[in-house]
Design a protein around this ligand. Structure first.
Ligand code: AMP
Ligand code: MG
Length: 348
């Protein structure tokens, strides 16, 4: 299939491009589009064969359900029942935005969308292209991240192009995504609201509005409530080591690891903070990518997936990544870094 990549204005999206996207979606085809978190791979959520194409294009396991994107409350009401006071508060404070709500589904929601679960995950994105595209289509849009399964989520049109070209008819490219990490997934289906996946809205932000919040800690061999959390997402091809500790100790340890890697004729890439970068240049890594300042986690979040992808593209055998402080957006950043590193975390 030939893929068209159309550049679209991220603030005032061109009407004819939105129309073209909506036509493909209504015809049961896939369209990649920007959201404020990452790029989404969209399909008509009410069309089972369109949704099946998402799983095929991504190589996504069938048991990993899809988030449904809506542009207004009426559309949400078609898909979800049992609006609790907590759900209303979430909508009021965080929609449109990077918060996905897991709630009991109506009969309108297809099994392929929820992987047979009784609840559906639903979100209203704030990116003008995403919102206007859903509006123009007039349908709820199922959309996971527009990457091949197992690769870092795409945070630019170029990432989507590399993963999806020749698989889908249209990519709407509005450049880089603002947040750069996926949405927070919050389970509101019963009891205390529970974070299933940390993301663009922090636990602290949710607590300020909802009071007590739980975090679903994934234990070994346990079936996760968000099925996607069991997959080793965001995994670069190289062996990744996450280092957590003071800047000085991280710099020193990275220097040693670069030396050791080079002795084994390995290419060693470094993902570090702005503060550590000046002390790592002269250790001569094969790639040095600055994620952003320690004091600006939103900068680190928006660059993280670009850095991981770059390490793969440049063939790094070993990737040394500097951790950030937990709390706020830092918790979501560390969640993604830990997943990318598998179990290889050094506390120093
Ligand atoms: P992605 O769309 O690739 O960013 O992944 C969506 C995440 O939301 C995955 O971790 C899914 O397992 C999770 N998710 C989607 N639908 C549901 C649902 N109905 N119940 C629980 N988790 C869900
Ligand atoms: Mg994904």
């Amino acid at each position: 299939m030939q893929t068209k990549r159309s550049y679209i204005d991220g603030v005032h999206p061109e009407a004819e491009l939105l129309k073209e996207g909506a036509e493909w979606l209504r015809a049961g085809e896939l369209v990649a589009f920007p959201t404020e978190t990452v790029y989404g791979l969209g399909a008509n959520a009410l069309d089972a064969s369109a949704c099946a194409k998402i799983f095929a294009a991504k190589g996504r396991p069938q048991d990993n359900p899809l988030i449904v994107h809506v542009c207004n409350r009426v559309m949400a009401n078609l898909l979800v029942e049992g609006w609790t006071p907590a759900a209303e508060l979430c909508v009021q404070h965080f929609w449109p935005g990077p918060l996905t709500l897991v709630m009991p589904k109506t009969a309108n929601v297809l099994d392929i969308v929820t992987a047979g679960l009784p609840n559906v995950a639903i979100r209203m994105p704030s990116h003008p292209v995403a919102l206007r595209l859903i509006e123009e289509t007039g349908l709820p849009i199922a959309a996971p991240s527009a990457n091949l399964s197992g690769k870092p989520s795409p945070t630019s049109g170029s990432h989507v192009w590399r993963d999806m070209k020749s698989k889908i008819p249209l990519i709407l490219d509005a450049g880089a995504c603002l947040v750069g990490l996926e949405s927070t997934v919050l389970d509101l289906s019963g009891g205390i609201p529970t974070i299933l996946r940390p993301g663009g809205i922090s636990k602290e932000q949710l607590e300020a509005v909802l009071g007590e919040i739980q975090v679903d800690e994934l234990l070994e061999n346990q079936v996760p409530k968000a099925p996607g959390m069991k997959y080793r997402h965001y995994a670069p091809q190289g062996e990744m080591i996450l280092m957590v500790g003071s800047s000085e100790r991280v710099v020193q340890r990275m220097g040693q690891e670069i030396y050791k890697g080079h002795a084994r004729l390995k290419k060693v890439g470094v993902l570090c903070t702005l503060e550590s970068a000046p002390f790592l240049h002269n250790r001569l890594p094969d790639l040095l990518f600055v994620l952003g300042s320690k004091n600006r986690p939103e900068e680190v979040a928006s660059n993280l997936f670009e850095g991981l992808r770059l390490c793969d593209e440049r063939g790094m055998d070993i990737i040394l990544a500097e951790g950030v402080e937990e709390g706020g957006l830092g918790t979501a950043i560390m969640n993604r870094l830990q997943k990318a590193a598998g179990r290889k975390i050094q506390y120093i």
